[in-house]
Ligand binder design. Sequence first.
Ligand SMILES: C[S@@+](CC[C@H](N)C(=O)[O-])C[C@H]1O[C@@H](n2cnc3c(N)ncnc32)[C@H](O)[C@@H]1O
Length: 316
Amino acid sequence: MAPAPESWTILKILRWTTDYFTTKGVSEPRTSAEVLLAHSLGLTRLDLYLRYDQPLNQEELARFKALVLRRAQGEPVAYLTGHREFWSLDFHVTSAVLIPRPETETLVAAALEAAKDFKPDKKITPLEAHPGTQNPEPETPTFWGLEIGVGSGAIVITLARELPYTAWVAVDLSAAALAVAQDNASRLGVADRIRFLRGDLLAGLRPESRFALLAANLPYVPRAEWERLPRDIKDFEPRQALWGGEDGLSLIRVLVRQAHEYLMKGGWVLLEVGDGQAPQVATLLQQTEAYDRVETIKDFNGIERVVRARRSDGAG
Ligand SMILES: C[S@@+](CC[C@H](N)C(=O)[O-])C[C@H]1O[C@@H](n2cnc3c(N)ncnc32)[C@H](O)[C@@H]1O
C-alpha cells in the first residue's frame, strides 16, 4: 500500500502519539506509544529505533489509531496487545484476568526457595524417564503444589516450569480466567502437570489432599484504596481479581483459616499481600498455631509483599 498522504514516519507518529497520550493523562506515554506501534506493525521496539524513517501505510495507520484511541481511554497496554511478560515468559492476557505484576515475581522466588525443602530435583532426569520429552510423568511428581486464584496462570505456570518434577492444582472462581490460564499452560509446555479446577478458595478440593506448597495472590485492595486506584486498573481489570473487602483481607482471612489443613507437614503457604498488610497476615497465620516459621519477604521496592509460613511437624 502507498504511504499515507501526510507521510507519517515511525518517528513522527511516535512523537505525536507521546504528546497526545501526555495530554490525555496516559501513564508512561512514550512506552505505551512504542509498544502499541510495534504491535501494530508486527515489529519489536528495537526494530522501531532502527526504522525511524519508515513511512506507515493507511492500513497500518488505521490499526494503530484504533489502539491509540483505546489507550487514551485508559485501557491497559497489555489488554490491547494481548501479552504481558512475567519471569521472562510471554503470557497471553485478556480482560478476564489480572495483568501479572512484576512484584508477584517476589512470590515466585519465595516459593522456589521454600520448594528446596522438598528436594524438587531429586528424580531421575526427565529425558531418562521420558525419551523425547522434557516433562516427567505427571503421575509421579516429587510433590504436588496448589495455587488459589490463578488468573492468567503466571504463578503456577512459572513454578511448574522452574520445578520440572512437580505437579500442580490451580483453582480460580472465574471460568474465563481458567481458560486463559489453560491456554498459557499449553503454550508454555506445562499443561500436563497442572490440573485446573473451578472453585471457591479450597472448597472444591478433596479434604484428604495434602500439598507441599500453597501459593495465593488473592484480591487484597481495601475499600479505602479502591476509589484511588488508577482508571487503567479500576475500570478495566476484573473487580473479582482486586476487591478484597473492607480491609482488603476478606479472602485471605478465610484462606488462612483452612490452609494448614491442606498442607503436608513441613509444607509452606505463601501469600502475596498489599502494602502494610503483612504484619496483620503474619498474625493471622500465627494465630492458627499450625506453623513453626512465619516470614515476611520484601519486593524490589522494599515493600513487605509476601508472607510465608511453614506447617510445623506436630500440627494436625
Ligand atoms: C489478584 S488476581 C491474581 C491472578 C494471578 N495469580 C496473578 O498473580 O497474576 C486474583 C485471582 O483470584 C481469583 N479469585 C477471586 N476470588 C476467588 C475465590 N473466592 N476463589 C478462587 N479464586 C478467586 C480471581 O478470579 C483472580 O483471578
